[in-house]
Design a binder for this molecule. Structure first.
Ligand code: 1CP
Length: 347
């Protein structure tokens, strides 16, 4: 039976209910910057084997629980995890990231994609269940997925990109075909996130990491509608939805119509403006520049307090970075940030 988490600060902040202090967790909190992570990674051999191995993935998820003392655990997986089920073939190459064997090159390739079968990702459900049990339901467990646009971009580029040339040319030349792909991914993600919630996820985050490369018009036409459909199709009880977009400054007003409980923003927007624009209708997450963590501790403290002050004492803020932790960051500095936020945000 699913249990409600004992420390529910994140859920309360997401629902704008009173909190004693600001909850904090960090994107990419289980990652290469931790020596313990690197050991698990070595044991697994390759990254895909790592996230499919329930025992190892649970251990990775738990690392920030024991080492950092964060207020939520995001399951160890990847946004690309469900894509194998629909026939996408990819590997994670050392130093390169994901590389696809069969990227989408033409509208015909979309028709050839298979049907999503949630059984193919049953390991994700087991990881969520096991993490909950391991921590005796002390903290919320966050499930996640990539947003339809961001996943489509990986499928078309076939690898990491800095300009999304193939994706955009495909989108401009075949807008209907591109929307067909987004629809297909949206249906898959509805099933995938509902499965994660059913397996015990206490919150879900949608990562639209690359939508910030779109013009506001294209964001409204292509990226936003599938997210609205995804969020409105989730069967949830108390579980909040967190919607993350990187590079959101140009269309923040549009983003906040997606229907999420929490909007996760990067450091290129001012949290004070975010609060004003949200106007009490949702919560926000973010938005420390991760680079701050390379600086001296007094700088980390000063910049963290600056963010806390921008939101003020009201509930509705979840502290996080504007994007993920990097592999060469110091665990000591990351832990220091967590401690500072817990201490300085006490009401
Ligand atoms: O070498 C390794 O050990 C693999 C590095 C790695 C890790 C630790 C990858 C490959 N994925 C992950 C885990 C991961 N990915 C998590 C786990 C939970 C946590 O946050 O601790 C999450 C939430 C993700 C999500 C993810 N994967 C995103 C969205 C977040 C973001 O950073 O914007 C994206 C874009 C990916 C794709 C991906 N997977 C891995 C890499 C190196 C990349 C990025 C490649 C690129 O820049 O395009």
């Amino acid at each position: 039976m699913k249990k409600y988490p004992k420390n529910d600060l994140l859920i309360r902040a997401a629902k704008r209910k009173p909190v004693e202090r600001t909850p904090i967790w960090l994107m990419r909190q289980a990652g290469r910057y931790m020596p313990e992570y690197r050991k698990l990674r070595e044991k697994a051999g390759d990254f895909k084997r790592f996230y499919k191995d329930v025992e190892l993935a649970v251990k990775a998820t738990l690392l920030p629980y024991n080492i950092l003392g964060v207020d939520a655990l995001i399951i160890f997986s990847d946004i690309l995890t469900p894509l194998e089920s629909i026939g996408m073939k990819f590997e994670f190459k050392e130093g390169e990231g994901p590389v696809f064997e069969n990227p989408i090159e033409a509208v015909d390739d979309i028709e050839k994609l298979g049907e999503f079968d949630v059984e193919d990702v049953s390991f994700v459900g087991r990881i969520i269940e096991e993490v909950g049990k391991e921590i005796n339901y002390n903290l919320p467990v966050i499930g996640f997925c990539g947003a339809p646009f961001t996943l489509a971009a990986y499928m078309i580029e076939g690898r990491t990109s800095r300009d999304f040339k193939k994706t955009k040319v495909f989108m401009y030349e075949n807008p209907d075909g591109f929307k067909k792909l987004l629809d297909k991914l949206t249906d898959m993600l509805i099933e995938y996130l509902n499965f994660q919630i059913k397996s015990g996820a206490d919150a879900v985050q949608i990562f639209d990491s690359w939508a910030g490369y779109l013009s506001p018009d294209d964001y409204r036409e292509f990226a936003l509608p599938p997210i609205k459909k995804l969020i409105s199709s989730l069967k949830r009880d108390y579980q909040p939805v967190i919607h993350f977009t990187k590079g959101v400054a140009g269309f923040f007003e549009d983003m906040i119509t997606s229907g999420a409980d929490v909007y996760s923003v990067d450091w290129m927007v001012d949290l004070k403006d975010v609060k004003e624009k949200i106007n009490g209708k949702a919560a926000a997450q973010g938005n420390l520049d991760p680079i701050v963590l390379y600086a001296e501790k007094d700088v980390i403290k000063r910049e963290a307090i600056k963010i806390l002050d921008k939101w003020g004492d009201d509930t509705g803020h979840i502290f996080n970075l504007g994007h993920g932790l990097m592999p060469d960051m110091s665990v000591e500095n990351v832990k220091f940030l967590v401690d500072v936020v817990k201490e300085e945000s006490r009401r």
